[in-house]
Design a protein around this ligand. Structure first.
Ligand code: NAP
Length: 323
């Protein structure tokens, strides 16, 4: 092993797999990549470009030569492993939400900037990593007075268990067989389930990323019978009048975004196009008394782009390969 390594904890999960795929595309950021998971996965291998990495047991791993550890496991697993990882001197990026007191890290926008001297980071929640890239420039142009974010969420946000539950329910329903919902509160196959969470933490994080008051942000979500992809409708009231062309020209300058004025956005097609957030359906209307009402759709591969790509962007700032 080289003097330093980037360690993916939860390498067999949906998020860990996406991170390893992006790390392989970037040659491991110039350091060794280590794949860890539970004892259940020891002996499995995960794809790393042309190579396959052996999965090691989190429980036995010493983290002695680890430079950065990406925590893609449930929050309770993070809570247990963190003291051992930090005692070994490794820096961490938490995707589980366990490090709730840390600010949301999202280097694509100014208020999500990463302090390279810090030792622990909390990656911004998926929906915020997704929408902040289009909302921050809108705020800079016209000043956001109020923003509503309505999310249609695929089951991928519940990890491999979410994928199996949708597939299993669909198969049983088609065969007229009974089933018990497990991860979701009710039938998810061929259904849409409103999520009654108040999303207070995500709402206040989005307010931080935008630099506005949390009472100006609202967020709602429904689970939909889709395996992958996040489709979001964004509705904004601005203080200053805004022309659609000005906003589109600004969005076109941002590497994470692609504005599509013609085709209907589809999470199955557009959400799987790697590292790009697809925007469309833009409507800009003048408000009586000044300002504009701006609404649009935004579609992304929530696991790979919005979450894993942000994790890689943070890692690129922190990782210093041996010279
Ligand atoms: N999916 C998303 O879009 C998304 C987005 C943002 C944040 N996150 C967060 O990322 C984390 C992982 O999510 P996921 O969707 O990738 O879940 P997942 O597909 O269910 O994968 C969970 C991973 O955690 C590992 N794990 C579970 N219990 C473990 C233990 N006791 N010791 C060691 N490893 C253990 C699993 O290893 P085994 O295979 O060995 O069980 C697997 O690699 C969660 O905290 C989730 O909230 C996920």
């Amino acid at each position: 092993m080289s003097a330093s390594a980037i360690v993916v904890v939860g390498a067999t999960g949906l998020l860990g797999e996406a991170l390893i795929e992006l790390l392989a595309e970037r040659d491991g950021l110039g350091v060794e990549v280590v794949a860890l998971a539970s004892a259940r996965s020891v002996g499995k291998r995960v794809e790393f470009g042309e190579r396959r990495l052996k999965v090691l047991d989190l429980h036995d791993y010493t983290f002695r030569s680890s430079e950065l550890v990406l925590l893609c496991v449930p929050a309770k697993v993070v809570a247990k492993a963190l003291p051992r990882i930090q005692a070994a001197g490794a820096r961490v990026i938490d995707f589980s939400g366990h490090l709730a007191d840390l600010p949301p890290a999202l280097p694509w926008v100014a208020n999500g900037a990463v302090d390279a001297a810090a030792s622990a980071f909390r990656a911004a929640a998926t929906v915020n990593a997704h929408v902040a890239c289009s909302l921050v420039p809108l705020h800079t142009l016209a000043g956001i007075e109020d923003v509503r974010v309505n999310v249609l969420q695929a089951v991928s946000a519940r990890g491999r268990g979410g994928i199996s539950e949708l597939a299993g329910q669909a198969a049983r329903l088609l065969n007229v067989q009974a089933f018990e919902p497990k991860l979701f509160p009710a039938q998810i196959a061929f259904n849409a389930l409103p999520d009654d969470n108040d999303f207070a933490a995500w709402t206040s994080d989005l307010a931080v990323l935008l630099g506005i008051d949390a009472t100006s942000v609202s967020l709602s979500r429904a689970w939909v019978s889709v395996f992958h992809g996040q489709t979001v409708h964004v509705d904004v009231l601005t203080r200053k009048a805004l022309a659609a062309e000005t906003l589109i020209d600004t969005w076109r300058e941002i590497p994470q975004l692609e504005f599509n004025s013609e085709a209907t956005l589809s999470p199955v097609v557009d959400g799987s196009r790697g590292d790009i957030i697809q925007l469309g359906g833009l409507r800009v209307r003048a408000r009586p008394g000044g300002g504009s009402r701006v609404s649009y759709w935004s579609v992304a591969d929530d696991v790979r782009h919005a979450t894993a790509a942000n994790g890689i962007a943070i890692s690129e700032i922190l990782i210093k390969p041996d010279q």
